[in-house]
Design a binder for this molecule. Structure first.
Ligand SMILES: Nc1ncnc2c1ncn2[C@@H]1O[C@H](COP(=O)(O)OP(=O)(O)OP(=O)(O)O)[C@@H](O)[C@H]1O
Length: 518
């Protein structure tokens, strides 16, 4: 059998997904810890190809439910799961959606492999009812995630580099949105980057399909708190791609500012921080906001004015313009991915750099950078807290049927066109120069990035009116209710010269890599 070239696992030669054992791979190192299991760097023994294995382990005590899930799985993924029926819903979603999405800015799911049976006799004797073993999703290996990369001591992102990453993020997201998929968990640790400078969206465990005529009833407790838009925090259950665009705005500001900008520790606090920065919502800046389910519970008692431009006065005008349109309270007025890609920011000097010109770093994932910074016990506890905070960890216990309903619905309205072609010590400080045209100069302008941590993912307990505390977001001091956020005014990089010259990410402003629009 011919050896697979890197990036080309022998998927075609594999009879069917799920039929191979994980023993075909040699485990090298743990690189991630997610809600349901770990992520490992591994080598396929035959081909030598390096991949990432995301392991799902789930036990289910009730056989009826198990059989039901098996049926659902078969219906939704066309994969025969008979050998490994214990499987979380988030994984079903991820597989189903990733099988359909094929794009250079979306991580490639290559195969699914299994490990059947109990892991050891002790476990087996403890509870004979449990179904043990695991299911592993085999992904192309990516050297970094954005959070891990940005956490590297001394690493500075330049403005062309930030533009390059942002452009790829928007490109991948645009592809998702035109294919009616909402990601619903855009954050740094879900943006994978390889040593070729390619950025890819990952972790589609919370993703779902949508249609424009969708009647609503989507869950509003999705998206990691710091990146969650105001409409979800106000209880909206009818929403669209704009939710992802808010997260993009948060990431963009974070890249330039040097640290996360909206770091609430609870949903009410998060809303308060949003209002302090973006102003209080009213019928003028957000028509029909008063109709959002929790508006009366959370509407600010005092009027606050929008302070985005004055807070980030040190960003250049094009960056500010883009940020202003992304961090727009009203989801209907928020820029789409396409509008953002058309923004002057990406078409003026310094232009986005060529991804290939980016430096090659040693592998860095959030899990590893955190592990290096803390004892392994602390790390375990922290990761456990994060997991507890993730709504998905509670699905089997309290929300199976509602989520399943949503899942089934998503199975019905998933619409794909026939041919879809279409970041802590002090990060990114200011230095260097700017260059125009095709920009391979990474030493140009830079933003700032400094110590802070991401919050745990997802949806916490109900919080209506109470400000119910949720597990803390990784060591962020509370600023709740004590006035505007304390943004440092650093890393100015203004003075762009307008230029529509050739762009390393594509020369025509309105052409995004051969996508099929719909
Ligand atoms: N293909 C990959 N290549 C390299 N690293 C990866 C890959 N996929 C995931 N990782 C690493 O593993 C981490 C966790 O992966 P992922 O977010 O998919 O798991 P998860 O269980 O959904 O996590 P969470 O519950 O935090 O959302 C990522 O942040 C990344 O560092």
């Amino acid at each position: 059998m011919a050896l697979a070239a890197p990036g080309q696992l022998n998927v075609e030669e594999i009879p069917s997904w799920g039929s191979r054992s994980v023993d075909c791979f040699e485990k090298l190192e743990q690189i991630g810890e997610g809600t349901y299991g770990q992520v490992f760097m591994a080598r396929e023994t035959k081909s030598g190809e390096i991949v990432a294995l995301k392991r799902y382990e789930w036990t289910m005590k009730r056989r009826g439910m198990l059989l039901f899930m098996h049926h659902v799985l078969r219906l939704m993924t066309n994969i025969n799961f008979s050998a490994f029926m214990q499987f979380p819903i988030t994984a079903i979603r991820e597989i189903k959606i990733l099988k359909k999405l094929q794009h250079e800015n979306i991580v490639k799911l290559k195969e699914i492999v299994t490990s059947t049976g109990p892991e050891n006799d002790e476990q087996k004797n403890q509870d004979g009812n449990k179904f043990k073993g695991g299911v592993y999703m085999v992904f192309e290996y990516m050297d970094h995630d954005l959070t891990g990369l940005a956490d590297r001591p001394g690493l500075r992102f330049t403005i062309p580099q930030i533009k390059c990453y942002m452009k790829q993020l928007l490109t991948g997201l645009h592809y998702c949105h035109i294919n009616h998929v909402l990601h619903r968990d855009i954050k740094g640790s879900n943006l994978l980057i390889d040593n070729e400078g390619k950025l890819k969206l990952a972790d589609f465990g919370l993703a779902r399909s949508f249609s424009s005529d969708h009647g609503g009833n989507l869950t509003n407790r999705v998206i990691t708190l710091w990146y969650r838009p105001p409409e979800l925090l106000l209880g909206a259950t009818m929403y669209g791609p704009a939710v992802d665009m808010w997260s993009v705005g948060c990431i963009f500001a974070e890249l330039l500012h040097g640290k996360p900008i909206l770091t609430g520790k609870s949903e009410p606090e998060q809303l308060n921080k949003i209002f302090e920065l973006c102003g209080s919502p009213d019928e003028n800046n957000w028509p029909n906001v008063s109709e959002t389910p929790w508006y009366n519970n959370f509407r600010p008692t005092r009027s606050m004015r929008r302070r985005v431009r004055e807070t980030f006065w040190n960003f250049d005008r094009h960056a500010l313009d883009l940020l202003d349109h992304l961090l727009t309270l009203d989801p209907k007025q928020r820029w789409t991915a396409k509008e953002a890609l058309d923004a002057d920011y990406f078409w003026t000097d310094p232009l986005p750099c060529d991804p290939k010109s980016l430096p090659k770093y040693e592998s860095s994932h959030e899990f590893q950078t955190k592990k290096n910074g803390s004892s392994s016990d602390k790390m375990k506890n922290k990761l456990q807290r994060d997991r507890n905070y993730n709504i998905l960890s509670s699905i089997p216990a309290c929300l199976p049927f509602s989520i399943l309903g949503e899942l089934l619905h998503s199975g019905m309205d998933l619409i794909f066109p026939k041919q879809c072609t279409s970041c802590r010590p002090s990060r990114y400080p200011a230095s260097g120069n700017q260059s125009g045209g095709f920009n391979s100069n990474r030493g140009a302008q830079v933003g700032g990035y400094s110590a802070n941590q991401y919050p745990p993912q997802g949806r916490g307990p109900p919080y209506a009116g109470t400000g119910m505390p949720v597990p803390g977001p990784r060591g962020v001091p509370s600023g709740y209710g004590v006035g505007p956020p304390n943004y440092s005014q650093s890393n100015q990089y203004g003075g762009s010269t307008a230029s529509r010259g050739p762009n390393s990410m594509g020369s025509n402003r309105n052409q995004y890599g051969g996508w099929q629009q719909q």
